[in-house]
Design a protein around this ligand. Structure first.
Ligand SMILES: [Fe+2]
Ligand SMILES: [Fe+2]
Length: 361
């Protein structure tokens, strides 16, 4: 199977120079991270119309003529919000003052240091001209997942049914978000959610979608895993919020109450009807351990299905890297090491396949 990964379009830059032959070294460096259009100063287009992520200006900042030409172009409305890097021939005050007067976002110093140039380019310019589209996809994916969680946690306890089609509607948006944006962006955004239980479910969903895509699963299987993740804690809708969001460690009684969520969620979906058996399996068994030490049924080994094993891994990892009121979040690396130490409780082969996803965040 070929893993599918999100691909990003290269940024496109305009390199404006008053001595194009002398700017070749800069052009060669910029090519590493961008498609670069080169132009003399008279050729700077009046209306770049969203074609460029930014402009790099390589001129003699002591030449009044060059400075005036650049100023006349860049003060136009079409360039107002475009980031701009200026190349300085030296560290003298005059050149950097001049660049500042031309609203430089940042400056690059000659002689050129390729690494330093690339670092400044990456920082100054969005990394692709489709970043807005990716951000929109991310927001749509999170909104779709969130809408399902609202139905679960606010409507279900009040007796408003959750249907399987409610869940299916969200799946494609979630997968597209992870594909076009990134798991890191997903986690950063949902990590700001104020409710711990929502945050957890959104984390698990993000990890599950990214894991499915990393494994190169068929689209259909990606959907199955994403929906399993989204639904896995549906039973927490029936656990008192005071326990779910308790800003401290739980006592034994409260832990027992929380543990009931697996069975409560399963019962609710069975009552509802229309949910595939594997979804019911995930909801009921995602806290089972391969050595029989889990709950609620103390299943072991082959009694635990693949989709449950996958969900369990992303569920545990998400829980460990989430911030809690009573402990700092673990780093992804520390969480992964902790799960390795769990040995035969979880599927260690699957865990190793999860390594690039977990450590890539
Ligand atoms: Fe759970
Ligand atoms: Fe969970």
């Amino acid at each position: 199977m070929t893993p599918t990964t999100g691909s990003r379009k290269r940024r496109r830059l305009l390199l404006a120079s008053d001595r194009i032959d002398r700017s070749r070294d800069l052009w060669a460096i910029l090519q590493c991270v961008a498609d670069v259009d080169t132009t003399g100063l008279s050729g700077i287009p009046e209306s770049p119309a969203g074609r460029f992520a930014g402009i790099v200006v390589d001129i003699n900042l002591r030449s009044l003529e060059s400075v005036m030409q650049v100023r006349s172009k860049l003060c136009a409305e079409a360039y107002r919000s475009m980031p701009r890097l200026f190349v300085l021939a030296d560290t003298f005050h005059h050149a950097s003052m001049q660049a500042g007067a031309l609203d430089a976002t940042d400056t690059i110093l000659r002689p050129l240091d390729a690494q330093a140039v690339l670092q400044r380019v990456r920082a100054a310019f969005p990394d692709d001209d489709g970043s807005t589209a990716n951000a929109n996809a991310l927001n749509r994916g999170i909104a779709a997942a969130h809408a399902v969680l609202v139905k679960i946690f606010e409507s279900l306890p009040a007796g408003v049914p959750l249907s399987f089609s409610d869940v299916m509607e969200a799946e494609q948006e979630i997968l597209t978000a992870i594909k076009l944006a990134s798991l890191r962006d997903w986690l950063a955004t949902v990590g700001r959610h104020h409710t711990h239980t929502y945050r957890h479910c959104l984390f698990v969903t993000g990890f599950a979608a990214a894991f499915a895509q990393h494994l190169g699963m068929r689209e259909d299987d990606q959907r199955r895993l994403a929906r399993a993740a989204l639904l896995h804690d549906v039973g927490k809708a029936f656990v008192p919020v005071a326990i779910l969001d308790k800003p401290g460690r739980l006592d034994d009684e409260e832990k027992d109450e929380i543990r009931r969520h697996a069975r409560l969620g399963y019962d609710a979906l069975v009552r509802q009807g229309g949910f595939p058996s594997e979804m019911l399996d995930v909801v009921l068994h995602h806290h089972e351990m391969l050595d029989g030490s889990g709950y609620p049924d103390g299943l072991r080994g082959d009694q635990i299905s693949d989709i449950v094993r996958l969900t369990t891994i992303v569920d545990i990892h998400a829980a460990l890297v989430e911030k809690r009121a009573y402990r700092l979040p673990l780093t992804h690396a520390k969480s992964f090491a902790t799960m390795e130490e769990m040995g035969g409780k979880i599927d260690q082969h699957l865990l190793q396949a999860f390594r690039p996803v977990a450590l890539g965040c």
